[in-house]
Design a protein around this ligand. Structure first.
Ligand code: G
Ligand code: G
Ligand code: MN
Ligand code: NA
Length: 254
């Protein structure tokens, strides 16, 4: 398959890049973290979206190499920002379903931290809610081992799977990220508004912080702030940016 061959080539030739989207504290208005988002522009295929190349990588067995590369790039960039004098911030890296089940995930994560000389608490791994649908015992073991490394864990795309709230109680997540499909109509759809309010209050009762994704309007931002949401991410504050733009991003806000 053309895409698979091109992806192998991109991995060999440093063709995979990472952009970073700021995650903003709603109390202070400051960027306190960034989410790493993989990017690939192929010479012949043009821009290939991450949904697509991650899926291909999962299917053809390249996900371990790709995942390792993204983790290393993200940790390296964060350590450069810190060395350049930027205030400490957390970097969040997505872990795909297959990557989460790879036998060497724990080693990959600790190797990336060590290589970049980063304290583990500055790395957050985002795991989509759908991962939790099967194989609960194995998931729990993997999550606990990651927590033992000292990294932080976020449940991504929350609300899109069969969000059993019992997962949140039992599993060692530090954050939930409310999927942007619920944030979109927050200001106009009473059902979405109710759902978001209850996710926030339930997560807080369990001692879990809440990030709202896909925040695009001031109305959405006000609603989230009023209901105690901790962090927001979205075009209202910033789109994903290249690494050098994060280094100089004003930590005070836009
Ligand atoms: O940034 P963007 O809209 O293009 O991302 C589209 C989707 O691809 C999102 O669901 C995002 O979580 C996923 N994605 C982006 N980068 C990565 C990555 O490095 N690893 C994994 N597993 N998924 C990613
Ligand atoms: O699934 P995940 O949360 O990892 O996806 C992150 C994706 O959301 C990225 O593709 C990113 O480009 C996209 N994104 C980030 N902010 C916004 C936003 O404000 N609106 C929309 N529609 N997409 C966003
Ligand atoms: Mn994510
Ligand atoms: Na998401």
């Amino acid at each position: 398959m053309a895409l698979e061959a091109a992806l192998r080539c991109a991995l060999r030739s440093d063709g995979i890049r990472v952009e970073y989207q700021p995650i903003v504290d709603l109390c202070t208005g400051r960027a306190v973290g960034v989410e790493a988002l993989a990017r690939w522009t192929d010479r012949h295929l043009g821009v290939v979206t991450p949904d697509r190349f991650i899926r291909v990588a999962e299917e053809c067995g390249l996900i371990s190499d790709l995942g390792r590369r993204i983790l290393q790039l993200a940790c390296r960039d964060l350590s450069h920002w810190l060395a350049a004098g930027r205030t400490a911030m957390q970097i969040s890296v997505n872990v795909s379903v297959r990557q989460f089940r790879e036998a060497d995930l724990i080693e990959q994560v600790s190797a990336a931290l060590e290589l970049a000389q980063l304290p583990p608490e500055l790395l957050c791994l985002e795991i989509t809610e759908s991962v939790m649908l099967q194989d609960t015992q194995a998931n729990e073991t993997t999550l606990r081992r990651l927590k033992e490394l000292g990294v932080s864990l976020a449940m991504d795309d929350f609300g899109t799977g069969y969000s059993s709230l019992s997962y949140l109680k039992r599993l060692p997540f530090d954050k939930v990220k409310i999927d942007r499909s619920f944030v979109r109509d927050l200001a106009v759809d009473p059902g979405d508004a109710a759902l978001v309010r209850s996710i926030i209050s339930m997560a807080h009762d369990l001692g879990i912080a809440v990030v709202a994704e896909g925040v695009e309007t001031v109305e959405q931002c006000r609603f989230l702030k009023r209901h105690g949401c901790d962090l927001i991410q979205g075009y209202l504050f910033s789109k994903p940016l290249p690494a050098d733009a994060i280094e100089t991003l004003d930590a005070e806000g836009r």
